[in-house]
Design a protein around this ligand. Structure first.
Ligand code: SAH
Length: 263
């Protein structure tokens, strides 16, 4: 097992068995994601690669995938049951989730507690920014029809959605949100300018990018980008960003204009 993989495979078992001591220790107070899931082996997944993977291996952030299964009931460690009132599918049990959440919140009582759900508040860059300024986040990945409502009410869990579509489980949504948050942490992305300029950071979609070759299949790079005139280039990029946002995202465009309007 590589160090990078080990870093993402830390887990909290109900027995509180000692952790894999070969895993690099997250730096003191490094941002942490604790994810309750029936598929801990799905983590770190794509987060173990590239910038987020390197940062994980370096201890700039930490990940604990907490296996829900050991908290289950009986010999088969059942975690779900049929919906009260009838209907299709299965629902994750409140008692099972409750124990897992209580374990995950140890030393993390004041971290955001989030359940991935298509019914939730739509995830956005602003939420990633909020989370990145805190100590970490505890996430619950639903499966089947979802989770018993009482657990959401009891713990005051915030439901957050990746978008208006239905996934089979919360794991992909959790990884997407963790990725968006981790790349905002100090030192994860070497070039801080790239964070300042990208989509949503100013409330606009980003301008288009080009690179070599200068000529490809009869298409050339817009000449202004080859001019070396930095002021012109900045003006062109800003105009492109505004045009793209106006055309593709009237909602963002309206918000940007409001924010920009003189008092
Ligand atoms: N019956 C539910 C969907 C369950 S999908 C409904 O109609 O609302 C199973 C699990 O996948 C959910 O509990 C949730 O954790 C996850 N999931 C599905 N779609 C999601 C989305 N758009 N965003 C975040 N999580 C999602």
């Amino acid at each position: 097992m590589s160090a990078r993989r080990a870093a993402g495979r830390l887990s909290i078992a109900p027995s509180l068995a000692p952790r894999d001591i070969a895993a690099p220790k997250p730096q003191a107070r490094a941002w942490q994601a604790r994810v309750i899931t029936l598929f801990p082996e799905a983590f770190p997944g794509v987060l173990g690669h590239s910038l987020t993977g390197r940062a994980l291996a370096e201890g700039l952030w930490g990940l604990e995938a907490i296996d829900l299964r050991p908290f289950g009931i009986g010999k088969h460690r059942n975690v779900d049951d049929t919906p009260a009132g009838g209907g299709a599918g299965m629902v994750l049990r409140a008692d099972v989730l409750g124990r897992a959440i209580t374990g995950a919140q140890r030393g993390a009582a004041d971290w955001p507690l989030v359940c991935l759900s298509p019914r939730g508040r739509p995830f956005a860059q602003s939420l990633a920014r909020d989370w990145a300024t805190g100590p970490g986040v505890v996430m619950i990945c639903g499966r089947f029809e979802g989770v018993d409502q009482r657990v959401i009410d009891h713990f005051g869990i915030a439901e957050v959605s990746l978008g208006d579509f239905v996934l089979t489980g919360g794991e992909i949504a959790a990884q997407a949100m963790i990725d968006a948050t981790v790349r905002l942490l100090p030192d994860v992305i070497g070039n801080a300018d790239s964070l300042a300029e990208e989509s949503f950071s100013q409330g606009l979609l980003e301008h288009p990018h080009y690179t070599r070759p200068a000529e490809w299949e009869g298409h050339s790079i817009p000449s202004v980008l080859m001019s070396g005139n930095h002021a012109e280039i900045a003006r062109w990029r800003q105009a492109q960003a505004e045009m793209l946002t106006r055309r593709r995202r009237p909602d963002l465009w309206a918000a940007w204009q409001d924010a920009d309007a003189p008092e």
